[in-house]
Design a protein around this ligand. Structure first.
Ligand code: NAP
Length: 290
């Protein structure tokens, strides 16, 4: 099969088309012909991890080390990037019950990557689901990483109807999903992003949008129950002005400083800092088809 491979870290030029062996599904696996796979934040990190110093990395030093070892310290362990995809089931292993050939599916491979290829194998119990019929392959392929991450992270703050949430980084993969999910929870949503993303975030259902290049959200006079900072671009010291007295500052990207603030605010009461990681697991029963 054809795949886009890389054998060294670097700019997009390290990616090239190559002929590689087609994977064969094990008894519990599904072979999928990939129709669409996006480029997301994880792909950029994995392609370029060698030039991302611990300082530039959005997480503490140990996470940087773990990520670098997981992808390969000096050169990539897995030559094929791509962590999410949509496609059509080409074959199934003998034990597979939930999927059959010709099913349109979409899924998430996390750090296993491998979706920049004509075919991928996924365990039936992995993060794989039937593609909603009203979505194109391209649309469905962009959903899993952002939606699974945003859902797992929003669950950490127990969002309730009527609460006010500010999402900083609202036009990205996680933020775009968080805007929609927060609306589903019944929250009033303010999305912060750059000028090009404003209409997009509004169209996703945000009640208000703020352009970070024009306005500092702490200067609007609004206060929020939850501030969800995706890239870790703000600080608790500065942003807490816009947080209600019992509000929660959720960091998805954080350093040791924010971890210490989380410990301190847990003891001190009042405004809380939460540094959260999204676990990469299915969120519904493996017996369900959804
Ligand atoms: N905790 C976890 O479990 C977990 C899991 C996965 C990823 N992450 C973290 O999530 C981050 C990636 O998120 P993503 O995939 O959603 O990224 P993304 O798709 O690249 O989106 C980034 C978003 O941030 C916005 N942005 C850029 N600069 C900003 C600023 N100064 N102020 C406010 N918004 C700004 C961008 O808007 P413009 O394009 O308009 O500038 C865009 O909306 C990484 O830091 C990664 O480490 C954490």
């Amino acid at each position: 099969m054809k795949a886009i491979v890389y054998t060294e870290y670097g700019s997009p030029d390290v990616l090239h088309l190559a002929e590689v062996a087609e994977p064969a599904p094990k008894d519990n696996e599904v072979l999928i012909r990939v129709h669409a796979t996006p480029v997301n934040f994880g792909d950029l990190i994995a392609r370029n991890i060698r030039s991302i110093t611990p300082r530039k990395f959005n997480m503490p030093l140990l996470f940087w080390l773990a990520t670098r070892l997981a992808f390969g310290f000096n050169k990539p362990k897995n030559p094929i990037l791509g962590n999410e995809f949509a496609g059509v089931v080409a074959a199934v292993g003998v034990q597979v019950m939930r999927f059959k050939p010709h099913d349109a599916v979409f899924g998430y491979r996390g750090q296993n990557m491998g979706a920049y290829a004509e075919y991928v194998c996924m365990p039936e119990s992995g993060m794989l689901a039937l593609k909603p019929t009203q979505m194109t392959f391209e649309e469905a392929a962009t959903v899993p990483y952002g939606a699974l991450t945003a859902l797992a992270l929003l669950r950490k703050v127990n969002l309730r109807p009527g609460q006010k949430v500010l999402i900083n980084g609202a036009s990205g993969s996680i933020g775009a999903a968080a805007v929609q999910l927060a609306r589903c929870y019944g929250a009033e949503v303010t999305g912060v992003c750059g000028t090009p993303g404003l209409d997009f975030v509004k169209a996703l259902g945000a009640d208000k949008v703020i352009d970070y290049s024009q306005e500092d959200f702490t200067h609007t006079g609004e206060t929020y129950d939850v501030i969800f900072d995706i890239l870790g671009k703000t600080s608790f010291e500065h942003g807490r002005k816009a947080l209600k007295p019992d509000g929660c500052y959720l960091f998805v990207s954080f350093k040791m400083k924010q971890l210490l603030q989380m410990l301190w605010t847990k003891v001190a009461g009042g405004q809380k800092v939460i540094c959260a990681l999204a676990s990469q697991k299915r969120m519904i029963s493996p017996t369900s088809k959804g």
